[in-house]
Design a protein. Structure first.
Length: 327
């Protein structure tokens, strides 16, 4: 295997883990934890909440792959092009599993409309008030995770990219910090650290350089390394960005396989597609693409389409790496 193939395999693992977890959670989104425990699902099913066929992924994947595609086409991070593609998804059904948009957060929809109606800087479109701290930017962060991991950028520049990317739809620093912590946890996994060591490597002092104590306090249970000692009853699985990130890292730490992690993530109830997707990106990175059950993966809609976009995106990463090496 050459170096380029290695990058592609690593990225495909995380992306397919993400998409599969998303599709697994779609049919039961917004159902309660009690309901999920009483009616545990262990196979890919369809219909349910949105009445869509099995293997149908949501806005989480649509926005994620549109960002991958933008970087693939532009060769770098172009915020305007990314927002153009979000508009194409929301208004025209591009980057969807079935040609139909069936799930979009209000903060995200507002930001995309704000971009087009007011013709403003795309990085100024996201709401920055307290109510704009849903998980809508966290759920689409994966293209930035890989881009930064395979770059030769300094820490301040990386934080700035995360801030700008989150602020396309979610500009509050709580959302931006959540995206930064997710990026750092994934970066640690990609460096080869264990899932536990990746968690304990998260350093609260680093974030104090860039974020307020108020924002940092929201993530206290993660950054003070209290999360792994909590029980399931202590974990919330709402669409609030802090709850989502906690649920995903907690599930990753508490389970021992990709399959177990997705079943557990979705059994938490509520925002099951996003928590399934983000958890899937983490645990597929830990256990590899081969850990994703084929009986699930084979049912994922437009899998080849997703893989083709990711392959082109990885060509950009490899070009970026070669330029860094030659400097």
């Amino acid at each position: 295997m050459n170096e380029n193939d290695d990058v592609l395999d690593i990225v495909k693992a995380g992306v397919l883990g993400f998409v599969t977890g998303d599709a697994f959670g779609v049919p039961v989104e917004f159902t309660s934890r009690m309901n999920r425990k009483e009616n545990l699902i262990t196979e890919m099913i369809g219909y349910g909440t949105y009445q869509v066929p099995e293997g149908t992924w949501s806005d989480d994947t649509s926005m994620t792959i549109s960002s991958f595609d933008s970087i693939r086409e532009c060769g770098n991070i172009n915020y305007q092009d990314i927002m153009d593609k979000y508009y194409g998804w929301l208004k025209e059904g591009k980057y969807t599993a079935t040609g139909r948009v069936f799930d979009v957060g209000s903060t995200t929809a507002y930001a995309i409309d704000n971009y087009y109606k007011n013709n403003i800087d795309p990085t100024k479109c996201g709401g920055n008030d307290e109510m704009s701290n849903g998980n809508g930017s966290l759920m689409r962060m994966l293209p930035i995770v890989y881009y930064l991991h395979y770059s030769d950028l300094d820490e301040e520049t990386k934080i700035d990219i995360i801030k700008n990317y989150s602020s396309l739809t979610h500009g509050n620093e709580v959302s931006i910090l959540g995206c930064t912590i997710y990026n750092d946890y994934m970066d640690n996994l990609l460096k080869g650290y264990s899932k536990k060591d990746s968690y304990f490597e998260l350093d609260i002092d680093k974030y104090r350089t860039y974020f307020s104590e108020n924002a940092i306090e929201r993530y206290r249970r993660i950054l003070k390394h209290e999360l792994h000692d909590l029980e399931e009853k202590d974990i919330r699985s709402s669409g609030y960005v802090v709850d989502t990130l906690e649920a995903c890292i907690w599930t990753t730490l508490k389970t021992s396989s990709y399959e177990e992690s997705i079943v557990e993530a979705v059994s938490l109830g509520d925002d099951t597609d996003t928590i399934g997707a983000i958890t899937g990106s983490m645990t597929a990175t830990v256990y590899g693409v081969e850990s994703i059950p084929d009986r699930w993966l084979s049912k994922v809609k437009r899998k080849d389409y997703v893989e083709n976009i990711v392959t082109g995106y990885c060509d950009v990463l490899n070009d970026q790496r070669r330029k860094s090496i030659s400097l």
